[in-house]
Design a protein around this ligand. Structure first.
Ligand code: GRF
Length: 218
């Protein structure tokens, strides 16, 4: 059983999608053992509590320096003994020592088709504002392994979403969440939990032959 720690900062809709997928059986061999947030007011912590999952808050504001926060955060995470760390709407730059310690065991959901509209400054609504400003016709979401960079690690899954002429950043964000994020993040966890993924030469490799590829709209 894959022990999953989910890191959150906001509403937790991606966390909810994971919990629902595990409960519904579309994600197997995995359990969320803890939810960690940097934001004490994150509704994601309430979603965890409703599922009987330990909600932990480690906020940079509690510490005198970034280094102290980094050490406290890593200590809390280690205490959960996760096999996989999932960044689900987590807006904190990870300590380098954590990325090294959990190499190829941290995944992140980003609301664009990386390498578009990603990197420093592209998070939340800003991603969709960028897509609309550029006038792209297709956007989407990406699950990738986390490395020392920002949104630069090996790409694991992507899901396209058509942009509509009348989209606002808010309507586009909502559709990307519904049609992409909430589908590919649970699917990525299921693939990892069932041993179908490895990283080779800086690329994520999925053994689809043992796993049916997703049917469009699934
Ligand atoms: C979403 O736009 C997600 O793509 C980004 O953070 C936002 C909030 O996610 N990573 P959630 O509702 O807290 O899961």
């Amino acid at each position: 059983m894959l022990r999953v720690a989910v890191c959150v900062s906001g509403g937790g809709t991606n966390l909810q999608a994971i919990l629902d997928a595990i409960e519904g059986g579309t994600v197997t061999n995995a359990q969320v053992v803890s939810v960690i947030s940097n934001n004490p007011g994150a509704y994601a912590l309430e979603r965890a509590r409703r599922h009987g999952i330990e909600g932990i808050c480690v906020s940079p504001k509690q510490f005198g320096s970034r280094g102290e926060f980094n050490r406290a955060f890593l200590e809390k995470l280690d205490g959960c003994e996760p096999d996989l760390v999932v960044l689900a709407g987590f807006l904190v730059v990870l300590p380098e020592m954590m990325v090294r310690k959990y190499k190829n065991r941290i995944i992140n959901i980003h609301p664009s088709l990386i390498p578009s509209f990603c990197g420093t400054g592209y998070y939340g609504l800003k991603v969709h504002e960028g897509a609309l400003a550029r006038g792209v016709k297709v956007t989407g979401a990406t699950v990738h392994f986390v490395d020392e960079g920002t949104d630069t690690g090996p790409i694991l899954l992507q899901q396209p979403v058509m942009v509509r002429q009348d989209d606002t950043p808010q309507s586009l964000q909502r559709r990307v969440m519904e049609e992409a994020e909430w589908k590919i993040l649970p699917r990525a966890i299921d693939l990892i939990a069932n041993g179908k993924v490895h990283v080779e030469g800086g690329k994520a490799v999925i053994r689809w032959e043992e796993t049916p590829a997703p049917v469009d709209g699934e």
